[in-house]
Write a protein that binds this ligand. Structure first.
Ligand code: KG4
Ligand code: ZN
Length: 334
């Protein structure tokens, strides 16, 4: 069965066609980022209007790229939240219209759960399917995005149990804020990662140990970077600050994720969300996993770490197979 995914939780308008819940046939993304850049953050009203303007075309392009017609689609999947209400609404309304006119089922999908499902997806490579083994269940899932930093215990029935979250800023938000303080631009995650490559992670003493339990805290480290750089008191090289900041955030994520695995006696860890595109993070997690017997860590293909619609189409298909469908009362949730 082919599922169509629609994702509009933030500034990206995305559509994707996925076969059998796993094979990504196409993925098209239009971003309104350019319109927000001068504000150094997403302006919800601008994002909402941009979704309305581009959603039809993005969906048509996704179908074309997959070589499929709209009547080939068996299931319409859409992000139901969390996200910006004004962004979610155009996507949900569009998906409801499609589902109704095609007489095909509608499935509302949780954005955070979908970020973890991205590791189950595989891409079609020049006519062939490059199949890699998907993660085994149960697993511990770490979602590190611009709006959330959450740990889940995902059981063998694909039920997500929240076991930890940030008590203040999300990891991606901290990257964005630190990058802004350092004058690197927006969105800051990839720019800070690039700056950090030229610096030493030992250049500045930073840490974000946070609460004792499986929760995280990232607002303190951002303030530490701010105090260090303001009032002309900056003594450390910017690249060293970036590298030290990145290391401290990644170490906190790593510590809590492996702690969650140990506590639950689970040796499979799945990481998803925009920050999981970070190569330093991937390297540290892989190194730590490699030092533990039988332990496996999974990441999505790098372009599926960030917001995309394939993860929505994929997880939507799995939910549908379990008999979970949405009705036309489906509404966005922040
Ligand atoms: O998952 P995502 O695309 O959107 C949300 O659901 O929030 O994540 C976006 C976040 C932004 O904060 C961005 O700065 C961060 O992911 N990000 C990164 C990297 N690429 C994106 N953070 C660190 N290193 C990266 N390479
Ligand atoms: Zn996301």
């Amino acid at each position: 069965m082919l599922s169509l995914g629609i994702e509009t939780s933030c500034d990206e308008t995305a559509a994707s066609v996925v076969k059998g819940g796993r094979i990504v046939l196409s993925g098209v993304i239009a971003s309104s980022l350019r319109l927000h850049q001068k504000y150094q953050g997403i302006i919800p009203e601008i994002a909402s209007r941009a979704h309305i303007e581009s959603i039809s075309l993005v969906t048509r392009r996704a179908l074309e790229a997959a070589g499929k017609k709209i009547r080939d689609i068996g299931l319409v999947c859409v992000t139901k939240g969390p996200g910006l209400i004004g962004s979610l609404l155009p996507g949900i309304s569009f998906a409801k219209g499609l589902s109704y006119s095609l007489k095909k089922p509608l499935v509302g999908v949780d954005h955070l759960q979908a970020h973890l499902y991205a590791s189950f997806l595989t891409k079609r490579a020049s006519g062939q399917c490059r199949r890699k083994e998907p993660p085994s269940l149960p697993f511990i899932g770490l979602v590190v995005s611009g709006g959330h930093t959450s740990l889940f215990l995902v059981d063998k029935n694909f039920i997500f149990k929240p076991i930890g979250a940030t008590v203040d800023d999300a990891a991606g938000e901290a990257f964005d804020k630190a990058a802004k303080i350092l004058g690197l631009g927006y969105p800051g995650g990839p720019l800070l990662e690039r700056a950090a490559r030229k610096g030493s992670p030992e250049g500045m003493k930073l840490s974000c140990n946070g609460p004792e339990d499986l929760n995280f805290s990232f607002s303190g480290i951002k303030t530490a970077v701010l105090y260090h750089t303001r009032d002309g008191r900056r003594k450390t090289d910017d690249a060293d600050i970036a590298a030290s900041f990145q290391k401290a955030v990644v170490e906190a994520l790593l510590k809590k994720s492996f702690m969650a695995c140990e506590r639950n006696k689970i040796n499979t860890l799945v990481v998803g969300g925009g920050v999981s595109a970070n190569k330093y993070l991937r390297g540290r997690f892989e190194h730590e996993a490699g030092s533990r017997q039988g332990f496996k860590v999974y990441f999505p293909p790098p372009d599926l770490s960030l917001d995309n619609a394939a993860m929505i189409a994929g997880l939507g298909y799995q939910l549908f197979k379990k008999g979970i469908v949405s009705d036309y009362y489906l509404s966005p949730a922040s």
